[in-house]
Design a protein around this ligand. Structure first.
Ligand SMILES: NC(=O)c1ccc[n+]([C@@H]2O[C@H](COP(=O)([O-])OP(=O)(O)OC[C@H]3O[C@@H](n4cnc5c(N)ncnc54)[C@H](OP(=O)(O)O)[C@@H]3O)[C@@H](O)[C@H]2O)c1
Length: 380
């Protein structure tokens, strides 16, 4: 019998990149005979493996049209990983565009992949609405859905998956990370680590304190992040172990931290100046409201020339384009919350998964990967 056949969507994204890298680096031809990758635009990767086959697909097309394009290449797929995403800073627009792309994908997949064994959908902390208001934390997978705020596209995506599964032999999984720490070669929707690098290096160049653009409640509260390598590892683990079938799992690095102590450590990694005694100038916000000392979207507007100067000084003019990969609006979304919210990963542990990484190392590893990929100048 041949090995398993993966289909990874969002191959240019932060999750898709990590799943492809995981299968290439950690699995053999006997285990995974083929790695089919899709994205909307051409595949951009430094990873090479004869098992990789690429097809460009736009999931805003209907299932019939997609099935015609997927028919030949996707027929042998046994394991599908959905990590496509369209980022919009406006929540209503975000929900609308992302509900549709998963349904189109799933219906097309089920038409063509007659040997399907598992479909794994990635959603995230937004499932708990922790991007909108304070919620029970660390959030557990079996929390009742919170009805607050506009429709949540994760509900419709997860419902489409479990509904399609009724009466079928294939299994499903859902993976729910918090802010993902990883890399892409193409600018993506949400990349905290890359946004931090641009901010720290520009503040250092300007000789100003790299204040964390948040509020005192977020600064003091606990947080967690999810390394893309662990997201990939858990995705493969649960989708290939039968005792994990038909379950949703949160994923994070396995530690919890406060930005008050993490932020200055990250700043010093770049030689930028920041302190745990950061002074906030605005009055203490009420819990559950939105407040930010400084908007990164506003701040970034007139800093491109500073970034260009940094790249010129480092003789790396090709890194100038990285400025456009800063996800400023998304980072404002996160940093303006006057509440803290984390995910519990007890469930993944109970199901035997042992992934863990120190979040400081997770972030600095990703900073180093940006250097290795030539996205930012080499650090001294
Ligand atoms: N990034 C985070 O920090 C984070 C945190 C928690 C949860 N999540 C969740 O994880 C999931 C995956 O997000 P991500 O951050 O990994 O995504 P991402 O890095 O923004 O990548 C999105 C991918 O989707 C593809 N795509 C966009 N529009 C498409 C379309 N119409 N048809 C087909 N493909 C399309 C993009 O293709 P091209 O680039 O080729 O256009 C890209 O490969 C989402 O549900 C997201 O909310 C992400």
């Amino acid at each position: 019998m041949g090995g398993k056949v993966a289909l990874i969507t969002g191959g240019n994204g932060i999750t898709g990149t990590a799943i492809v890298e995981h299968l290439v680096k950690k699995t053999s031809l006997e285990e995974w005979s083929s790695i089919i990758v899709t994205s909307r635009s051409p595949f951009r990767s430094t990873i090479q493996d004869p098992r990789i086959k690429f097809i460009a697909l736009d999931f805003s097309e209907g299932p019939e049209a997609l099935a015609v394009q997927m028919h030949e290449i996707c027929a042998p797929v046994t394991h599908a990983y959905f990590s496509s995403y369209i980022h919009r800073d406006d929540f209503e627009e975000l929900n609308k565009v992302n509900s549709a792309i998963f349904e189109n994908f799933l219906q097309a997949l089920l038409k063509v992949a007659t040997s399907l064994e598992n479909c794994t959908l990635q959603t995230g902390g937004k499932y708990y609405n922790l991007h909108l208001l304070p919620v029970p934390t660390p959030a557990r997978e079996d929390e009742p859905r919170s009805g607050a705020g506009p429709d949540n596209f994760y509900f419709s995506q997860e419902d489409a998956l479990t509904k399609a599964h009724t009466g079928q032999t294939w299994t499903w999984n859902v993976i729910r990370p918090e802010a993902i720490i990883g890399h892409t070669l193409k600018p993506n929707g949400m990349n905290s680590a890359l946004t931090f690098v641009l901010y720290f290096l520009v503040c250092k160049e300007l000789g100003v304190e790299a204040k964390m653009p948040t509020n005192p409640i977020y600064w003091d509260g606990h947080d967690c992040v999810s390394d893309a390598r662990l997201v990939a590892d858990l995705s493969i683990y649960v989708s290939t172990n039968s005792h994990c079938a038909n379950e949703a799992f949160n994923v994070n690095n396995g530690d919890y931290f406060t930005w008050k102590y993490m932020w200055p450590r990250l700043a010093s990694f770049f030689g930028a100046s920041a302190t745990s005694d950061q002074v906030f100038t605005r009055p203490m916000p009420s819990l559950g409201t939105l407040q930010q000392e400084l908007s990164l979207a506003e701040w970034s507007k007139d800093k491109r020339e500073v970034w260009d100067r940094i790249c010129d000084k480092a003789s790396m003019p090709e890194a100038k384009a990285t400025w456009d990969a800063g996800t400023w609006g998304y980072q404002d979304w996160v940093f303006q919350r006057a509440w803290a919210g984390t995910l519990s990963i007890n469930k993944a542990r109970k199901f035997g998964w042992t992934g863990h990484i120190d979040s400081f190392e997770s972030l600095t590893d990703s900073f180093k990967s940006f250097q290795d990929l030539g996205l930012i100048p080499k650090l001294e």
